[in-house]
Design a binder for this molecule. Structure first.
Ligand code: NDP
Length: 275
């Protein structure tokens, strides 16, 4: 499989989405976030993952405007926060995100979390935004198979993406297979386990055999599973390091070894029991 920093996947509605992106959770809005996006764009990233919840949409928009890269070459994701569910509220929240970003069109708008009772109505609002051309794709985040089944039962538009926690330490094999079978692209958040397993001796040993860092192995593992991956960093060196994953390939044997690291580790939240 030859992957490059420009590699992209085609979503179920025909648009393309870069395979590697920059995560923005906890990137501060005081200049840190804007600087990180600038460095990432310089390093070749073309996907930026923000959210209303992260409070840095404005900085993301500013960095995109200041770059010399045409808007259509950058893929911007943002998300509907839990307190804005419901048809009308979701529409208003979307408009507010667009305003903060300074963008007319969002590439991908996600429901951040499967909020009880209201998520179906919110999805209808996203479908309408999509029909109006205000976002190029719509999707969900933190949806388990159960939440997806419920959604597919009534949805007019199949979500293009499901963004979930995904790493060798949380290898959600069934969810990945379900999404693949239904044309839903899986996207891996917290792919570096928020740093919690980067010193795992088994991971370090594999990294040494490729002369790569543990973080690079985790990112490459997701890419080789054909999963979009969005490591977060606001450090210039680590932003570059995380994009330097296209000059090697993990062998099938080592992929299997990494797959076996699964310990259902959740470093963010667990939607398993979200009603
Ligand atoms: P990650 O797994 O991406 O880990 C980020 C942490 O690892 C930061 O502390 C970062 O620090 C550090 N780091 C980054 N690169 C390296 C490296 N090469 N070596 C060592 N340490 C490194 O965690 P996130 O939870 O941030 O997940 C990534 C993105 O996924 C988020 O930013 C967000 O966009 C999305 N997300 C979505 C969620 C959802 O519910 N939809 C939930 C959680 C995340 P530093 O910045 O100093 O480099």
């Amino acid at each position: 499989m030859t992957l490059t920093i420009d590699s992209a996947v085609t979503l179920n509605n025909g648009i393309t989405m870069p395979l590697l992106g920059l995560g923005m959770y906890q990137a501060r809005s005081d200049g840190e976030a804007q600087q990180a996006v600038q460095w990432a764009l310089e390093a070749g990233y073309r996907l930026i993952d923000t959210a209303q919840y992260y409070r840095n949409e404005k900085a993301v928009g500013e960095a995109i405007r200041r770059s010399a890269i045409p808007r259509e070459e950058i893929f911007v994701t943002t998300k509907l926060w839990n307190t804005d569910h419901g048809y009308d509220r979701a529409r208003s929240a979307f408009e507010a995100s667009c305003q903060r970003l300074g963008l007319d069109v969002i590439d991908l708008y996600l429901i951040h979390w499967p909020v009880e009772r209201l998520r179906g109505e919110s999805w209808r609002a996203l479908e309408k935004l999509y029909a109006e051309g205000k976002c190029r794709a719509i999707g969900v985040s933190n949806y388990t198979v159960r939440h997806l089944e419920e959604l597919l039962h009534t949805a007019g538009v199949v979500p293009a993406v499901n963004q979930v926690e995904f790493s060798p330490y949380l290898y959600q094999k069934e969810l990945l297979a379900y999404c693949q079978a239904h044309g839903i692209q899986l996207e891996a958040y917290s792919p570096l386990t928020k740093g919690q397993r980067l010193r795992d001796p088994n991971l370090v040993a594999i990294a040494q055999t490729y002369q790569k860092t543990p973080a690079q192995i985790l990112i490459r593992w997701a890419l080789q599973h054909k999963v979009v991956v969005i490591p977060k960093s606001t450090n210039r060196g680590r932003i570059r390091e995380n994009a330097d994953v296209f000059d090697f390939e993990i062998s099938p044997e080592d992929m299997a070894r990494l797959d076996a690291f699964d310990e259902t580790l959740r470093t963010s939240w667990d939607p398993t029991n979200a009603l």
